[in-house]
Design a protein around this ligand. Sequence first.
Ligand SMILES: *[C@@H]1O[C@H](CO)[C@@H](O)[C@H](O)[C@H]1NC(C)=O
Length: 365
Amino acid sequence: MKLLFLLSTLSVSLASVLYPRANNLVPTVSSTDTLLTPGGGGTYPRLAHLADGSVLGSFTAFSGGKNILTVTRSTDGARTFTPWGIVATGTSNINDLDNLQLVQLPNGSILATFRNHDKTTANVYTFYRITACISHDNGQTWAFISQVDQRAASGVNGLWEPFGRISVNGAVQVYYAAENAQNDQDILMRTSTDNGATWSAETTVAGATTTGRDGMPACTTFTTPAGAARLLCVFETTEGTAPLFTVKSVESSDDGRTFGSRAQVFVPGGSQNNAGAPFVVTTTAGTLVVSFMTDEDTSAHTWASGASMKILTSLSTDPPVWGQKTTVLGASSFWPGLYSRVDGSGTVVGCADLNGAQCRSISFA
Ligand SMILES: *[C@@H]1O[C@H](CO)[C@@H](O)[C@H](O)[C@H]1NC(C)=O
């Protein structure tokens, strides 16, 4: 009996060594490339889920001397995209339109936020805006609704890279980067409780007490094993490594009203390398996935070119424990973003500008 028991215990533990239990942490990247626009091209790709089951792709296109904030649409779970709408068009040499991001509002309309800057033909910025436009037809046609933030250029005081999300109580939160000086930038957030018509004063999400260029925020909610709700925001920063970038995060236990201390997410390997432009999502299986671009695999030191899009994963623990580094798209991949499919597959879609906006599906085992 004793021996039998010992044997069966042995075989169970042997089995768990040979066949480790799936924890949905280990990524497999599909080799199929999905173009965000049938004709190719476009930069700063982002995806957004709509209540009607469609997925909107958004990116900046450049054509005929114009920056064109473009929307495409998928009705097959972000596997193919067709042309859909244009949010705004600007004359490239005097109107810097970029950093488009979409989110569906609680009332069903779609909110687009983006940078919308005036500059001289000598490329000197004169006015900075984070502008919001609204669509009442699932992203096909768009109209101006409000300025989330704006200010005349004065010294180094740009506004960049909005990220919009809907809070638990239905408010819109827009996170964005605001420069204080050449070597210092903070992540700010403004809230709208009227579906993007008006905005609160700003709160500082990250960077209030640190010096460094905190930029390119993205956030996701998750539930800890103990059942606690958390909001995790990632950003790039030069804090402690200037002029080189690494990726850090802050967490909120009150849905974005306040944030705790900073944690390191990723430091690139080698020397004099960068990691930046992070994004983060939670899969329907509860896996946390963070993406970024890093030039750690080349010794070219030509940041931001030379970078690949990579991801890390973590269980939904507080704090997350990041690992399983995996390349999604090779060099040069710019301004990556992630989208978590809502179809229950637990898969995500990773997109970057690799000779134009393209995406790959990622599964986890
Ligand atoms: C949602 O709210 C915004 C801001 O008030 C408004 O412009 C829009 O028309 C609303 N959409 C719907 C479908 O009611």
